[in-house]
Write a protein that binds this ligand. Structure first.
Ligand SMILES: N[C@@H](CC=O)C(=O)O
Length: 363
């Protein structure tokens, strides 16, 4: 068996960092050898640093308990010890942009959960089933950064994962207009019910920056690599408008969506397109790839967070309630796991794709 790639987690103590740690505990290709966080946690063991703030159901994996946390700003020291890093650092957007680029320039591939670089034109924003070919922009990014190994790749916001996969499966029917209302879990804000008592018996109709991300990010994912401009040119349709609400759910973002199409597909055609949607992760059988990317549920009261959020270990998308509408052509409800597919799990699948394509290698 070939040696595992050495991974560092930047921002290892936060909720997304903790999810990386648990999802990577028995990963066949990657081994967490380094954990980094802010200077407040640096010098502590991982177990000490997360004591009293560990939010996962699983115990802290034995292999990382005794790792000493490094300061994320110790870039050259960290660069020597890893083959690549996952970034879930919590800083201002400008600081994140800068530190992720510093790692890339230190020849460390960075797979990021943060939004800071999502609109950097030569940074691919990847959902491996949808736009695996966008990774070819990395050669231009490396030329700009002056690197041979280092680069930045990002995953999109968790809010889009409940409806963008269905719209991707339906691209051939040319969606023109989409309304998507999301009902987002509190873990998306890094909280549990213990930290967020204000959400009980409540719906909060505002999540900062979320609606813009929900409307724009799918367009970059459906865009094209322009070899002349050396950037990814976003698609111009469909027009998406969205409202994002925080609800009293721990894990699972639900979307209620309406769609108009240029072509006029039947319900059977739409369901068939969902169920047969396969991508490179399924073809290559990447370790975190769901066998079935999208399931269609026929029961009137599904998808439900309680029953469906863990479909395919939280890496599959559940769609249901597809029906015609008085104003739009079709409406449907979608559900995705926001910290698995929507955050750390999506980034791990992205890193698996990058390894399979030869962009992440042993240093
Ligand atoms: N911003 C999201 C998290 C997704 O990445 C949320 O607040 O739910």
């Amino acid at each position: 068996m070939s040696k595992k790639l050495r991974v560092g987690i930047l921002g290892a103590t936060g909720m997304v960092g903790q999810r990386y740690i648990t999802l990577l505990a028995d990963h066949p290709w990657f081994e967490v050898v380094l954990v980094a966080a802010s200077s407040r946690s640096a010098g502590k063991t991982y177990e000490q640093a997360v004591a009293g703030r560990w939010k996962m159901d699983e115990a802290v994996p034995t292999a990382v308990r005794e790792l000493t946390i490094l300061d994320v700003n110790q870039v050259s020291q960290i660069a020597k010890q890893v083959d690549f890093v996952f970034s879930a650092v919590s800083m201002s957007k400008d600081e994140i942009k800068k530190i992720e680029e510093t790692y890339a320039k230190a020849e460390v591939p960075v797979v990021s959960n943060n939004s800071a670089h999502r609109w950097t034109p030569d940074v691919p924003m990847i959902v491996p089933e949808i736009n695996p070919d966008h990774t070819r922009i990395i050669k231009y990014q490396r030329e700009r950064l002056g690197t041979t190994r280092g680069f930045i790749a990002v995953k999109p916001n968790c809010s889009i994962q409940s409806y963008a996969p269905a719209l991707s499966a339906w691209r051939k029917f040319e969606p023109t207009q989409v309304v998507a209302t999301t009902y987002q879990a509190i873990s998306g804000a890094g909280k549990t019910f213990k930290d967020a008592p204000e959400i009980l018996n409540n719906v909060v109709p505002f999540i900062s920056g979320e609606e813009e991300k929900s409307e724009k990010e799918p367009l970059k994912i459906w865009g094209q690599v322009d070899d002349q401009k050396r950037e990814i040119i976003p698609a111009t349709s469909p027009i998406i408008t969205s409202q994002c609400l925080r609800v009293a759910v721990l894990y699972g973002h639900t979307a209620a969506a309406f769609v108009n199409f240029k072509q006029k597909p039947t319900k059977e055609e739409l369901i068939e397109a969902l169920e047969n949607y396969r991508g490179v992760p399924q073809e290559l059988k990447l370790p975190s790839a769901p066998a079935q990317f999208i399931q269609y549920l026929t029961e009137d009261d599904r998808p439900q967070v309680r029953f469906d959020v863990n479909f395919e270990n939280g890496m599959g998308i559940s769609i249901g309630r597809l029906r015609t509408d008085k104003i739009f052509d079709w409406k449907f409800v979608g559900l995705s796991h926001n910290t698995a597919r929507g955050a750390a799990g999506g980034a791990i699948l992205c890193a698996e794709l990058l390894k399979a394509q030869g962009y992440i290698t042993a240093n």
